[in-house]
Design a protein around this ligand. Structure first.
Ligand code: ADP
Ligand code: MG
Length: 465
């Protein structure tokens, strides 16, 4: 029995490994042990409840594919979570958690009504809510417009509502938060959430099986239609046409349409002009990268939601190093927590550095000290080292000092408070402000960024030595 399950699981693993990054594989799949295989049910053992939830939330489609491939359409997966390792006298305590098909939500068109289409269309993720969306200047407009739409779908000037921004900045989260809020306040309204990719696949399938009419009718019946990642429709003329038709119908009947895209409408290449011009009827709101303080708030809210306590210097460290998008930020946090729970190590900066080394490129391999950094900064900006550490408010000294603090945060493991101590006894809010100023200048001032980069390059070289 054991060998059976191991052979099957090994095959699943082989398939899974080919689909994801090595890091993800090592973190989430390598620790899994096959337990048994009986009546088409493969039971795998995972290290914790948290681990199980993470797999279900993030890798379910992949697991399903693997099971389908290796066991067949009736194959099922069960998880065994070891609650207590036990000892010689007592066996380990485990609970089994079967995988159910996702719950069908009230008001959401039931996928079963659409023969031939896969099972997870139209579903809203119940975790995407306004309540757990941290607000910052990066998403203020989008969030407030979305909230207005959720209170009065189809009845505001924001129709369509178009949200755009780079990957991992919260487009899906916000658009589904609208869906979830509408579902609660207006249980009778029909909500349809669909990614453009699935919309396209469905449409092609409908064409093939002569089912375009029922396909279209499902969408025409929506009170709220969310089409996610519309950039995917670029160049797909026929799919755009059918969407254009659906859009016009819904808009005329004062039904709400929400669209997301990874770039501004003007940059959406390969989308028909007549479709693009429709977006101007409503509101277009962009999502930006969250700033340092918002990143800290996001991390705090995520760990609070998971009931985990992280030291504040570690939170700062992660917020400082992972600055491109929220999904990456989440991924890093989860990796840190997973490493800690698997290796039974404490969650501290050393562990964070170890995890980040695999993920973030500019992570130095060896430490530098604040004193060394201060010397490099003073020399580069041609000011006296004493001034850098003084309380002087002269403009060029303040500027260099801010860069010094920024670099200290980036290249050492000192907390904000400790860094403040090195730069004339300033408190952590001053350091935080300095980091924000430097980030803003780097984003907006090319000359400033150039000067900074040449300094950073020198620092990197000195660290490698
Ligand atoms: P996109 O659709 O733009 O690629 P997502 O909506 O999938 O991005 O967001 C990526 C992840 O980051 C999600 O898990 C989401 O919950 C989270 N996220 C994004 N923005 C925020 C925020 N402001 N506060 C909390 N979590 C966020
Ligand atoms: Mg998305």
């Amino acid at each position: 029995m054991h060998t059976d399950s191991k052979i099957i699981w090994d095959k699943c693993l082989l398939y899974i490994r080919g689909q994801i990054s090595e890091q993800t594989y090592k973190t989430w799949f390598a620790p899994i042990v096959a337990k048994c295989f009986k009546d088409g049910v493969l039971t795998i053992q995972v290290p914790s409840q948290f681990f199980y939830e993470w797999l279900e939330e993030h890798h379910l489609p992949l697991l399903k594919q693997a099971v389908l491939k290796e066991i067949g359409p009736h194959g099922r997966l069960e998880y065994a979570v070891v609650i207590d390792q036990g000892n010689k006298k007592q066996k380990p305590l485990t609970v089994n958690l079967p995988t159910y098909p996702g719950p069908a939500f009230r008001g959401v068109v039931a996928p079963e009504k659409m023969p031939g289409y896969g099972s997870d269309f139209f579903q809203l993720n119940p975790n995407y809510l306004f309540d757990n969306l941290v607000e910052g200047s990066c998403n203020q407009l989008a969030k407030s417009a979305a909230q207005a739409v959720a209170i009065n779908p189809g009845g505001t000037a924001f129709n369509p509502l178009m949200l755009y921004g780079r990957v991992g900045l919260g487009k899906t989260h916000i658009s589904q938060a609208i869906g979830n809020a509408v579902r609660t306040s207006f249980p009778d309204k029909k909500i349809v959430y669909i990614s453009s990719e699935k919309f396209t696949t469905q449409f092609i399938e409908a064409l093939r099986s002569n089912n375009v009419k029922p396909f279209t009718e499902q969408y025409l019946a929506a009170d709220l239609l969310i089409l996610d990642d519309i950039q995917f429709l670029s160049g797909k003329e026929k799919t755009q046409e059918i969407f254009f038709h659906i859009f016009n119908h819904l808009h005329q009947s004062k039904k709400q349409v929400i669209i997301t895209s990874d770039c501004a409408p003007r940059d959406l290449k390969g989308l028909q002009e007549r479709l693009l011009s429709r977006f101007k009827w409503g509101l277009t709101a962009d999502l930006q990268c969250p700033d340092f303080e918002t990143r800290i708030a996001i991390i705090q809210s995520k760990v609070a939601a998971d009931g985990i306590n992280l030291p504040s210097d570690l939170i700062e460290y992660v917020a400082q190093h992972v600055d491109t998008n929220v999904r990456e930020l989440e991924g890093v946090l989860i990796s840190i927590i997973a490493h800690a729970s698997l290796t039974k190590k404490d969650i501290n900066i050393a562990l964070a550095r170890q995890v980040l080394k695999h993920i973030v490129q500019h992570q130095p391999t060896t430490e530098t000290t604040i004193e060394v950094l201060q010397k490099q900064v003073a020399a580069h900006y041609n000011i006296a080292l004493e001034d850098l550490k003084s309380k002087s408010r002269k403009k060029e000294i303040v500027g260099a000092r801010q860069i010094g603090m920024y670099l200290a945060k980036k290249y050492t493991t000192h907390s904000l408070k400790s860094i403040g101590g090195y730069f004339g006894g300033r408190d952590h809010t001053t350091v935080m402000h300095a980091i924000q100023v430097v980030e803003d200048c780097l984003n907006t001032n090319a000359h400033y960024a150039q000067l900074y980069e040449s300094l950073e390059n020198k620092i990197k070289l000195s660290i490698v030595d």
